[in-house]
Design a protein around this ligand. Structure first.
Ligand code: ZN
Length: 102
């Protein structure tokens, strides 16, 4: 609570995008305080976009979730015949004590 707001009520904005060429869905989630509009910054997920995994945007304010409809078969995109995949993700730095990003 660095801005005086008690952050007592939160709202989520969810966008579902269908990536047609690989028939995969990406769900983007942002959570913000209703009173001061401050965003939650998500911790512990790699930064980037990977259609096989959950990740966060570079600023950590949006979670990007890979998804398929319930009951649909799941296959790792880009996997070799043994199921191994190559990912290009950037592990985030831990948050600083003062709330900054660097
Ligand atoms: Zn607030």
């Amino acid at each position: 609570m660095t801005n005086g707001c008690l952050h007592s009520e939160w709202r989520a904005e969810v966008k579902v995008n269908h990536i047609a060429d690989v028939d995969r869905y990406m769900v983007d989630v942002r959570v913000f305080c209703v009173h001061c509009n401050r965003n939650l910054r998500f911790l512990g997920l790699p930064a980037g976009v990977d259609m096989n995994l959950a990740a966060v945007s570079a600023d950590g304010l949006e979670v990007c979730l890979a998804a398929v409809p319930e009951g649909d078969p799941v296959r790792a995109l880009g996997a070799d015949l043994r199921g191994f995949t190559m990912a290009t993700l950037v592990k985030p730095h831990p948050p600083s004590v003062d709330g900054g990003t660097a």
